[in-house]
Design a protein around this ligand. Structure first.
Ligand code: HEC
Length: 122
């Protein structure tokens, strides 16, 4: 017999953290529920998620640009809130920038425009 069994004593930590699992589930639910919630401008966490994930799928998760251009405040400073909300609602015809009007209200577009123009947007 060549295999000499090495006396390992596995230290298995059976501790699972219910808090970690709850947080993961909550994140998942929030992620799938934004469509239903986006109409409510007061739900700012869901909207931030929308901006970073859905706008971010083209504009980069940190909004520094990707397929679509940089959306950071310093880049958008030539926009008024209204103009920016209009771009979000109507998209930019002839480009990959889609109109969001079918998905969000103009209140929500205004919220997003204000959020994008705020210096602390990450
Ligand atoms: C499918 C990809 C895609 C998605 C999703 C997308 N965009 Fe865009 N966006 C673009 C592209 C491409 C452009 C550049 C169009 C052009 O050539 O002028 C653009 C342009 C813009 C501009 C104009 C920027 C400027 O400097 O004038 C704004 C503002 C903007 N997008 C905001 C958003 C917001 C807010 C969202 C999410 C609600 C979003 N976009 C989602 C692709 C996308």
């Amino acid at each position: 017999m060549r295999n000499s069994p090495s006396p390992r004593s596995p230290v298995i930590s059976a501790k699972s953290s219910p808090m970690v699992r709850l947080a993961a589930i909550a994140a998942f639910l929030a992620g799938s529920a934004w469509m239903a919630q986006a109409g409510e401008a007061q739900n700012s966490e869901a909207l931030k998620r929308l901006v970073h994930h859905d706008c971010g799928s083209c504009h980069g998760l940190t909004l520094k640009g990707g397929l679509g251009p940089d959306l950071r405040p310093q880049t958008l400073e030539h926009y008024e809130v209204d103009g920016l909300a209009a771009v979000i609602l109507d998209g930019i015809p002839g480009t990959a920038m889609p109109p969001w009007r079918p998905l969000i209200t103009s209140d929500t577009a205004n919220w997003i425009a204000q959020y994008l123009l705020k210096p602390e947007t990450k």
